[in-house]
Ligand binder design. Sequence first.
Ligand SMILES: NC(=O)c1ccc[n+]([C@@H]2O[C@H](COP(=O)([O-])OP(=O)(O)OC[C@H]3O[C@@H](n4cnc5c(N)ncnc54)[C@H](O)[C@@H]3O)[C@@H](O)[C@H]2O)c1
Length: 443
Amino acid sequence: MKIAIIGGGYVGLVSGACFAEFGTTVAVVEADPGKRAMLMEGKIPIYEPGLDRLVAENAAAGRLSFPATLEEGIADAEAVFIAVGTPARRGDGHADLTYVFAAVEQVVLALDHPAIIVTKSTVPVGTGRKIKELAHRLRPELGVEVASNPEFLREGSAITDFMRPDRVVVGTESERARDVLRRLYRPLYLIEAPIVFTGLETAELTKYAANGFLAMKITFINEMADLCERVGADVNDVARGIGLDGRIGRKFLHAGPGFGGSCFPKDTLALMRIAEEAGAPSRLIQSVVSVNDARKEAMAARVIAACGGSVAGKRVAVLGLAFKPETDDMREAPSLPLVAALAAAGATVVAFDPEAMAGAKALLPAAVEYAADAPAALEGADALVLVTEWNEFRALAPERLLTLMRGRVVVDLRNVFDPAAMRAAGFAYHGIGRAEGVAVREV
Ligand SMILES: NC(=O)c1ccc[n+]([C@@H]2O[C@H](COP(=O)([O-])OP(=O)(O)OC[C@H]3O[C@@H](n4cnc5c(N)ncnc54)[C@H](O)[C@@H]3O)[C@@H](O)[C@H]2O)c1
């Protein structure tokens, strides 16, 4: 079987490499000339653990290619996956479908056979039906069928998530599309991954409902963290205490600086708009969006309070910039408003991230300094702010910090350090939701 994937970003590249690993012949079509040139030379434009090896092996085996033209990519493809971006539209928060419809139009006009068009991009309810209408209007003779196959992978563990998914969701009204997707995902039958077949609208909504629910879980534990600080409780223990209940589950209960990334912020916003327009507004999702936005904005005040009310003239080491570990993705990262506000408040910010510094430079104030590694960032720092919990930061012992830093303030926005060890070493330690932390009234 041969398939094409339109868009060689995080999702397109990972899906393409994994489908190829399953034995399918895959062409990934990327519109950005710079990214395409890199891919054609065997270079990977993003950081995702294990992806370089998987791409290299499948390209060498002849199963994965990055053609120069769309026509070449979709030739003989039984299914064409749309994996382009669907960012939040400026102003109203709706998902911007410009790239999706542009890609569909290009594909439909270039097809010479009735391929299945599958949306892997996260698209609002009703998009699949509009794609079908567009395809039938442009090329009524082709008989294009559509399906929705939302992607649930997480950056940082994308390959495992794709190869061993909790489930695959396929929404379609076409028996032919169901058959193509069933064959494509057949290798997953061996590991008994359930495939949930639904209608188009159901599959589209399932993706938003999943992200909305997970964003709500994070926001819930963040609110509990604020409450813990007021009442003398520890949010890590609360999370464990509730998470061990099978009805609740332990995942996505890590208190922190608010969620960011390429999906939750834009998908909660889009879900809010979808629900409003459908006449069934979601007050829960509205609250998740506003509580999370306020939380990210409030993190700088937390750091400033921990530094005694002012960071003017102080050297603040920021460890971690990416929105989470094991990725270089800076989209909607909590570090962005935090670092900007610290710099505006007069701090000298010295940042380090193992993978995201190149992307961060374009988004952060010009005055921010970038260190070659964590110890270099900490050298002479008045305060340490841990923003992204890369494993290498977990190993920073208080004794080591004592030798590097000038000041004794540690703000741990991910609760990775041992508060007792930090305090025993003489640090003013501020975690999230850990009783002795700084109470923030703005949130
Ligand atoms: N990143 C994630 O973790 C994740 C997880 C699940 C779902 N999704 C969804 O998947 C979709 C893609 O996300 P992403 O993070 O991979 O985006 P991305 O921005 O990393 O990649 C999109 C790619 O598509 C390319 N592109 C745009 N128009 C094109 C066209 N007409 N032809 C060929 N290439 C084109 C862009 O140049 C870009 O490289 C979004 O809808 C997102 O919500 C993302």
